[in-house]
Write a protein that binds this ligand. Structure first.
Ligand code: PMV
Length: 359
């Protein structure tokens, strides 16, 4: 991004505290495969969520004279210090420190909490990295920058360097990441919020069935790597461009039949790629497949436009319009919750993105 220059003279008033909340997002056309520096091998588009959020506050103060590392910081999750997260945060700082040189000159106390259970198997990197990027960028640019649309594009750029999908969590309801023919605004480096979204998607429902709440058996870092030399990589990347173009039409027109067809094929393609990788991974559980079959049978029997998508894990996102939410939620409770670990599920809806927490 041309206009993105390092802030060498930040508006730093120390000590200083800022806080942001940022949601998770669920990809409809999946990003799978990347190259340095955290750029996507194919374009993706997601729905921003609303309930699954990370709230992060960052206190920025003087660097203690005894500090020895490149960066001086603490990280607390739900009030508990979590040193095991330090390498990931340090890696992020390392990737963004040329844009935020003050990172080596201060002490940061980062406090985060997720509104969803940490062990739920829900990817928290998108919400966590976008909330942290927004905090750091506000510290660098000052509160007056919040009215500048560039502020958010630049925050998305930084968030991408923390976790690729995080760059899509800044806005809602529909965000594209990655260059593709036909969308001149789309960039490899930051997300772009589409302004052509049919009202049916503005409050679409996502009920997340927590099939397996354990640690993911393949991290997304390892997963993206599997696309290097993957026998189907070239065809997949080409398909993603094609699917993205179709998906943007569907999202603008509100064509639910085509939406369902594309969303489910994208989800299964992501898992098919993992199954065909070397080494190969099967991330679906028997209950994931049972739920998929149930959803397809229910849709056939009722004609209700309910479909599924999957992340890189066993959990199932059940997507449907708000207008039928009462009926569908009842059916989920009657028929699907039994497949969830500890009968756990999260009712989410499409949301509008990140916002500062005042107070
Ligand atoms: O942002 P990462 O590196 O955690 O990768 C996310 C990959 C998927 O969630 C599987 C797909 C996507 O586009 O969000």
């Amino acid at each position: 991004m041309k206009e993105f220059s390092p802030i060498t003279q930040p508006h730093l008033s120390i000590p200083h505290q800022v806080a942001w909340q940022s949601p998770s997002n669920i990809a409809l056309v999946k990003y799978w495969g990347k190259y340095d520096p955290q750029l996507p091998a194919n374009p993706s588009v997601s729905l921003t969520l609303n309930q699954c959020r990370t709230n992060t506050s960052v206190w920025c103060g003087p660097r203690p004279s005894a500090a020895t590392g490149t960066y001086s910081f603490e990280f607390l999750l739900s009030g508990t210090p979590k040193p095991d997260f330090h390498p990931k945060i340090e890696g992020f700082f390392h990737r963004i420190s040329s844009y935020l040189p003050f990172l080596t000159q201060v002490h940061l106390r980062i406090e985060s909490e997720n509104t969803f259970p940490h062990s739920s198997g829900i990817a928290s990197s998108a919400s966590a990295m976008s909330a942290l990027a927004l905090c750091l960028w506000q510290i660098a640019r000052g509160a007056e920058a919040l009215s500048d649309p560039e502020f958010y594009r630049q925050a998305s750029y930084l968030a991408r360097l923390g976790s690729g999908s995080a760059c899509r969590s800044i806005w809602g309801p529909v965000v594209v990441w990655g260059e593709t023919p036909g969308i001149p605004q789309a960039s490899q480096e930051f997300g772009w919020a589409s302004d052509r979204v049919h009202p049916v998607f503005a409050d679409y429902q996502d009920t997340i069935l927590l099939i397996d709440q354990g640690q993911k058996s393949v991290s997304s870092t390892v997963g993206h790597q599997l696309m290097v030399g993957h026998p189907f990589a070239e065809a997949r990347f080409k398909q993603a461009h094609d699917h993205l173009g179709q998906m943007m039409e569907v999202l603008a027109q509100g064509d639910l039949d085509r939406f369902i067809d594309l969303v489910e094929r994208e989800a299964l393609t992501l898992h098919a790629l993992m199954m065909a990788s070397n080494p190969s991974f099967v991330l679906m559980k028997p209950a994931t497949l049972a739920v998929i079959e149930k959803i397809r049978a229910y849709r056939k029997a009722t004609q209700n436009p309910v479909c599924f998508t999957l992340d890189a894990g066993a959990n199932v996102h059940v997507l449907y319009p708000k207008s039928i939410s009462k009926t569908v939620l009842q059916w989920i409770q009657d028929e699907l919750v039994v497949y969830c670990e500890k009968e756990s599920y999260i009712c989410d809806t499409v949301g509008s993105g990140s916002s500062p927490i005042n107070g």
